[in-house]
Design a protein around this ligand. Structure first.
Ligand code: ATP
Ligand code: MG
Length: 336
């Protein structure tokens, strides 16, 4: 039996370096492992929960996210890439799962709570947004996925998912584990900060470096990065902790030994922000340039990219329909 992996991204913007280190990089490795089967979902229905008034934005970014995937190295021959709304079984399963959580539980979820605050949803939260962890439970269980490569922000959501799974199995399974609990696959950088020093780079806050950013944009963003406000002159001792440039160097610079030396020098004094920023610019351009070149080529034929998503969605639909049949049987609502 192969281990099943599922993750997704919301088509609310292009993918940034946080997505790359938090999840995408692991997915690219996993797709080559023989004992794994991987599904990657573009979560358009989830994106609409807080962008319901801007469907064009969501639609546009379905293609953009797909381009980022292919450019970064996800291979549709190895990974099933699909669009959430093109698999209606996911919405169906979500409907039954909604009975297995309370509104209070969802409101207390740390990730939901934090995002509601960020979006100003504390007083008037769309029901779809509040319940997105439930729809995520449907996405994961429909494929019987057990391994989920995600960033740290997703941990409370996965706990909620497993809570639903256990409740489902205990009520409808009569001792059988019809649905499977899942576990996160965390990378070494579980949460990449924004260039502004905020705890998380995110599409909604537009504080990330996008995989598709040009050399000039990368330069501009790195030069504007938050460092240590107390490190004014080159000779001043500087703080490494909370310094976004060092956090990014830790995440992306392959020469760990050299970074440790630079950190020691920075702490002592005598290493300027511009020097470390220049190093980071080089590292990031080296990483993203080949992706950008592939992206530009792929973007010339959007129909071909959409065809990949159509085929992936058809494949995903078959798998989800099979689980849905098992779910309905367990719930005794398999009438015909
Ligand atoms: P949005 O602001 O629309 O929620 P986002 O930038 O948070 O966008 P998502 O599509 O919600 O991105 O997340 C997709 C995946 O990338 C998730 O697994 C999430 O944990 C991971 N991820 C997102 N941002 C980061 C980050 N800054 N560091 C590490 N992982 C991240
Ligand atoms: Mg998010």
């Amino acid at each position: 039996m192969k281990k099943i992996v599922l993750t997704g991204d919301r088509p609310t913007g292009k993918l940034h370096l946080g997505h790359y280190v938090g999840s995408l990089q692991s997915r690219i490795k996993i797709q080559d492992k023989k004992d794994y089967k991987q599904f990657v979902m573009i979560a358009d229905a989830q994106a609409l929960t807080d962008n319901y008034d801007n469907p064009e934005k969501v639609r546009k970014h379905v293609l953009e996210v797909a381009l980022d995937y292919l450019a970064a190295g996800l291979d549709p021959k190895k990974t099933t890439i699909f669009i959430q709304s093109a698999v209606p079984q996911l919405a169906e399963l979500d409907l039954f799962f909604l009975n297995l959580v309370t509104v209070g539980q969802l409101k207390r979820n740390p990730t939901v709570k934090n995002e509601m605050k960020e979006k100003g949803f504390e007083l008037n939260v769309p029901a779809g947004f509040l319940t997105y962890p439930v729809s995520q439970a449907a996405d994961i269980t429909a494929f019987k996925a057990t391994e989920i490569p995600v960033g740290e922000d997703q941990l409370p959501i996965l706990e909620q998912v497993n809570d639903i799974v256990r409740k489902f199995n205990s009520i409808y399974g009569k001792g059988r584990n019809i649905l499977k609990v899942c576990k996160p696959l965390l990378s070494s950088t579980t949460r990449l900060p924004g260039i502004d020093g905020k705890a998380k780079a995110s599409k909604s806050l537009n504080n990330g470096i996008y995989l598709a950013d040009s050399d000039e944009e990368i330069k501009r963003k790195v030069m504007a990065m938050y460092t240590d406000p107390g490190h004014i002159k080159v000779d001043d001792p500087g703080q490494v902790k909370g310094n976004v440039v060092f956090t990014y160097l830790d995440a992306f610079d392959p020469n760990k030994k050299e970074i440790e030396k630079l950190k020691a020098q920075y702490k002592k004094g005598g290493l300027g922000d511009v020097a470390i920023k220049k190093r980071l610019i080089d590292v990031l351009i080296n990483l993203t340039k080949p992706m950008r070149e592939r992206r530009e080529k792929l973007a010339r034929d959007p129909k071909k990219v959409m065809k990949i998503l159509e085929q992936g969605s058809a494949e995903a639909k078959k798998v989800a329909a099979q689980t849905m049949a098992e779910v309905k049987k367990a719930m005794t609502i398999n009438y015909f």
